[in-house]
Design a protein around this ligand. Structure first.
Ligand SMILES: O=C(O)CCC(=O)C(=O)O
Ligand SMILES: [Fe+2]
Length: 355
């Protein structure tokens, strides 16, 4: 593995894993302690499979909204289709996207029918298994690197259990060519992921399409965010791995869940697609740090806490906005309105997606 200057995001090569395990663990720990994001190559998922998944995703998003509504997001199960529902607590604005989220269990009614997208469920379930293999490997490396037994994280990220929380999400950032939107909008606003780690897949042509990361978070309980944004530019076939809040807490802030965002490009505003595999500990798994966050709690309670924290933050933001609006009644704010279904920016919506 070659040496990189500290400002550069590391690329981790998982080939010959058994022979190179120590070297790989070291490199992952270095990346996870600084940027909190790294590229992974030779991860075992063939590029043809990734191409097929983007094809499947595009077939789904090409369906009419009225068909997609048959699979609408179910909040308690954190699965299904949504559009403009993900409101970021940093900005109070919705991501300019639609997404389809799938889980390992309890969603028989949310899998798209074969007549809508042929073999969607078969293909996607297989892909989720593939992603899980990769995330299990990375979790083993992080456990070893943090001085835990090798299976410390993997045994509480067990997708065979009914309380598994890992999810796969297809994302379609809308084509905004010719639309008017405020300059404060992002494709995905600045945020951290609440999970343990996220695997992110992009299309091969999409290496510089706006994903950016911000180094420097020191405390998982705050919304502090640096100011220097670094472009995340994976090579074709490489995936991007992000450390999430659950892992930052578990490691007592040693591993970094840094803010990231997807910026609106200056020129080409055509559609962008990405696929995320969110790895989270099983709902009943107990998360307990060793030095700082020694109060343990279950992953289910942790996620509930995060949702509540985000909601409080959003409420505060909307109250401030309302005060400003009252003080300046002439000010006109035009929220982005993509279609006949306007996004109402004036209520304080519950942030509905857990991630
Ligand atoms: O689409 C991307 O590249 C990033 C998306 C992301 O960070 C998220 O959905 O959590
Ligand atoms: Fe994210």
């Amino acid at each position: 593995m070659s040496q990189y200057p500290s400002s550069q995001i590391l690329s981790i090569d998982l080939s010959s894993f058994d022979q190179r395990r120590d070297e790989i663990v070291q490199a992952i720990m270095k990346a996870a302690k600084t940027h909190g994001v790294f590229y992974v190559k030779n991860h075992g998922i063939p590029i043809e499979t990734l191409r097929e998944m983007f094809l499947v995703s595009k077939q789904f998003f090409a369906l009419s909204d009225s068909t997609k509504k048959n699979y609408s997001l179910d909040v308690p199960r954190n699965a299904g289709w949504e559009r403009f529902a993900q409101i970021r607590p940093q900005t109070g604005l919705a991501d300019l996207k639609e997404s389809m989220q799938l889980a390992f269990h309890h969603i028989p009614d949310l899998w798209p029918d074969d007549k809508d997208v042929p073999h969607f469920q078969d293909k996607v379930q297989q892909f989720m298994e593939d992603c899980n293999q990769v995330s299990q490997r990375l979790l083993e490396c992080l456990a070893i690197g943090l001085g835990f037994p090798q299976d410390f994280f993997t045994r509480c990220h067990d997708v065979s259990q009914p309380d598994a929380l890992n999810t796969l999400r297809f994302q379609h950032y809308y084509d905004l060519t010719g639309s008017s939107h405020g300059s404060e909008y992002y494709r995905a606003g600045p945020h951290t992921d609440p999970d343990t780690l996220t695997l992110l897949f992009h299309e091969e042509h999409d290496q510089t399409s706006g994903l950016e990361t911000c180094q420097g978070r020191t405390d998982v309980t705050t919304f502090e965010q640096g100011s220097l944004w670094l472009p995340v530019t994976p090579q074709p076939g490489e995936l991007v791995c992000n450390i999430g809040d659950m892992m930052m807490r578990w490691s007592d802030d040693v591993l970094k869940s840094n803010f990231h965002r997807v910026n609106l490009p200056k020129h080409d505003l055509s559609s962008r697609y990405s696929i995320c595999y969110f790895t989270q500990a099983n709902k009943s798994a107990f998360i307990q740090g060793r030095t700082k966050y020694t109060d343990g709690l279950t992953a289910g309670d942790y996620l509930r806490q995060q949702m509540e924290r985000n909601h409080q933050r959003l409420k505060k933001l909307f109250d401030q906005r309302e005060q400003q609006r009252k003080g300046r009644p002439q000010q006109k704010h035009t929220p982005f309105q993509p279609s006949s279904q306007p996004y109402n920016n004036n209520n304080v919506p519950e942030p509905v997606l857990a991630i």
